[in-house]
Design a protein around this ligand. Structure first.
Ligand SMILES: *[C@@H]1O[C@H](CO)[C@@H](O)[C@H](O)[C@H]1NC(C)=O
Ligand SMILES: *[C@@H]1O[C@H](CO)[C@@H](O)[C@H](O)[C@H]1NC(C)=O
Ligand SMILES: *[C@@H]1O[C@H](CO)[C@@H](O)[C@H](O)[C@H]1NC(C)=O
Ligand SMILES: *[C@@H]1O[C@H](CO)[C@@H](O)[C@H](O)[C@H]1NC(C)=O
Ligand SMILES: *[C@@H]1O[C@H](CO)[C@@H](O)[C@H](O)[C@H]1NC(C)=O
Ligand SMILES: *[C@@H]1O[C@H](CO)[C@@H](O)[C@H](O)[C@H]1NC(C)=O
Length: 539
């Protein structure tokens, strides 16, 4: 059946006007009548490397592979901040995290930002959103925000439950993540009942929660989501033998910030090889279920004869470490966490093309506008991806090429210093905090794809030139200082708002297992932290 679509898509791609092809119409208030539809599917926590390596060797992802064959895949796409809300804020606003001050899962976009969807609607697109959005402020648990605010208090507390697996032992159980399937059904129904007969172009967004791990009630109701949960149906799509057991540095040799992450994620204890392999297998199975939801959308578009008029984009807010570097979850600049999938397919998009340029999620905004033929505003952080993926080369239009670097930054929980990644063709440079008090990291991804050897001190010239480049993009010591100020201010406000009950509440956050052993000690650590004046000299 997949072969049949090849013909459909390939033939119609030539017959349909290309995105951005009608240069003279750019700037029109209405999207030109024959502008393509756009469907954006954004999952959560999908390790982008699975779209090429080890890819089909370890898990069957038929619809991602379909998009790869019939579209353009970006082999080096990154999140601009490896956690849900800040990443999504960057994607929807087209602006780097520090520009919108989307510091953590609680602090996302203020309501006054214009999203690419707002702009497309203003230019005549019909718009619809289903499922997980998570880019505005005010969400997630109290634990989530207090942990982010107090990340540089001098204590070490486990915040997450230990990662574990849970199997539905049924070979016929397809719909494990029911909420996501419901949203997928709603999107398909909307395509069938509404979008199919629109005379205007439409843009549809579907946000999936998978393959994000599930809550772990056995760790206590306050704990985060550390259960990798699937059914036998999906587990059978995984080749156990192809699963790699990641190499870990000895605990004593870990970078101090990585150690803090591993500890707060409760991963510094012992794990058997079987436990690690299971976590990875279950994670891959959850990715297979995600792929099937993407498939429902692609199939519906095909059945409704919309595939030849619709650009489909698939990406994720960040990845999942799945026990690489002695961690699960994200919040890290390592590949498994920061590398996202990015595939584009549809009219005018090159087929079976793999692009190795580094790109990032802020590029979605200008790409959307470019697809719709809407002129780009001057102040976006990203660049349109059409010059790298369009069949139609138009010199004039495509002079704004993507620079050879991307920026990612992190200011949230489970990491005890603001983190900045500059990724170029060969290098990954990671700087922390004020750029002086914490050792930076440098990895040569061409010779060390597992990122096990920090060569920052071995290649001081490379390190210093990348650091200069990073500072030319973002004054990161200053950003770190303002996050620090924000964290303290917010913490003090929160503390005052709960008044007398403060001690009870703080002791019973997700870290209660450790905290309740020595509550006075941890409260004192917070008092000490609050006493230090929050001017930049003291950070
Ligand atoms: C939104 O409002 C905040 C203040 O509340 C301001 O700092 C920011 O610049 C505004 N952003 C936009 C896009 O208007
Ligand atoms: C953390 O891991 C240890 C084993 O290393 C386990 O005993 C403990 O229950 C875990 N804590 C949580 C909250 O999962
Ligand atoms: C769409 O239009 C076709 C042709 O006019 C019609 O048969 C069909 O019922 C319409 N579908 C919907 C959902 O309105
Ligand atoms: C982060 O935590 C680790 C582990 O406790 C500690 O060694 C390191 O000094 C901390 N770094 C900062 C910048 O707070
Ligand atoms: C970007 O520029 C546009 C005008 O070109 C303006 O309306 C918008 O507020 C600006 N956004 C930010 C975040 O500065
Ligand atoms: C105080 O905090 C505890 C624990 O979070 C909660 O159960 C209780 O209702 C709170 N009491 C008041 C008066 O807010």
């Amino acid at each position: 059946m997949l072969l049949l679509w090849v013909a459909v898509v390939a033939v119609s791609a030539l017959a349909t006007p290309a995105p951005g092809a009608g240069g003279q119409r750019r700037g029109a208030v209405q999207a030109w009548p024959d502008a393509p539809n756009v469907v954006l599917v954004v999952s959560d926590s999908f390790d982008g490397r699975l779209t090429f390596y080890p890819g089909s060797q370890v898990v069957k992802l038929p619809f991602i592979n379909f998009m790869k064959a019939h579209g353009t895949s970006f082999l080096n796409a990154y999140t601009n901040s490896p956690i849900c809300c800040p990443s999504r804020a960057a994607m929807w606003s087209g602006l780097f995290t520090h520009l919108t001050e989307s510091w953590n899962n609680f602090k996302g976009l203020d309501p006054n930002y214009t999203t690419w969807m707002d702009v497309m609607e203003k230019h005549g697109y019909r718009t619809q959103k289903f499922g997980k959005l998570d880019y505005t402020s005010g969400h997630h648990s109290i634990s989530n925000r207090v942990e982010a605010w107090t990340r540089d208090v001098a204590f070490l507390l486990r915040q997450e439950g230990r990662p574990m697996v849970n199997l539905v032992p049924k070979k016929t159980k397809v719909r494990v993540m029911e909420g996501d399937w419901k949203n997928t059904d709603r999107a398909v129904n909307w395509l069938r009942k509404e979008a199919v007969n629109y005379t205007q172009p439409f843009v549809l967004y579907l946000g999936l929660n998978l393959p994000h791990p599930y809550p772990s009630p056995s760790s206590g109701e306050n704990f985060g989501s550390s259960t990798f949960h699937t059914s036998l149906y999906w587990l059978k799509k995984v080749s156990y033998d192809a699963i790699k057991i990641p190499k870990w540095s000895p605990l004593s040799e870990m970078h101090p910030i990585d150690y803090y992450s591993s500890y707060t994620k409760n991963c510094t204890g012992k794990f058997t090889e079987k436990e690690i392999k299971d976590i990875r297998a279950f994670y891959y199975a959850m990715c297979a279920e995600t792929d099937a939801m993407l498939g429902e959308i692609i199939l519906a578009l095909h059945q409704l004869d919309l595939l030849q008029k619709t650009i489909v984009i698939y990406t994720s807010d960040h990845g999942e470490l799945a026990m690489e570097h002695r961690q699960f979850y994200k919040m890290s600049m390592y590949e498994a966490s920061a590398h996202v999938p990015l595939l584009i397919m549809g009219p005018g998009i090159k087929t079976n093309l793999q692009v190795s340029n580094v790109v990032s999620l802020v590029d979605i905004y200008p790409t959307m506008l470019d697809i719709a033929g809407i002129p780009l505003p001057q102040n976006l952080s990203g660049y349109s991806l059409l010059p790298l993926s369009s069949m139609f080369k138009n010199e004039q239009k495509f002079n704004n090429l993507h620079p050879p670097w991307i920026l990612s930054e992190f200011h949230g929980c489970n990491v005890n210093a603001s983190t900045y990644m500059l990724r170029t063709n060969r290098w990954k440079y990671i700087a922390y905090s004020d750029g002086a008090s914490v050792l930076p990291q440098l990895f040569d991804l061409s010779s060390d794809p597992d990122e096990l050897t920090n060569i920052a001190t071995k290649f001081p010239e490379v390190t210093s030139s990348l650091d200069q480049k990073l500072r030319s993009i973002i004054n990161y010591p200053q950003v770190s200082a303002s996050v620090h100020r924000y964290n303290k201010e917010q913490f003090i406000k929160w503390k005052q708002s709960i008044g007398q009950n403060y001690s009870d509440v703080i002791a019973n956050l997700r870290w209660h297992q450790d905290w309740l052993k020595e509550p006075r000690k941890y409260e004192n650590a917070i008092d000490q932290w609050l006493k230090i004046h929050s001017d930049p000299e003291n950070i």
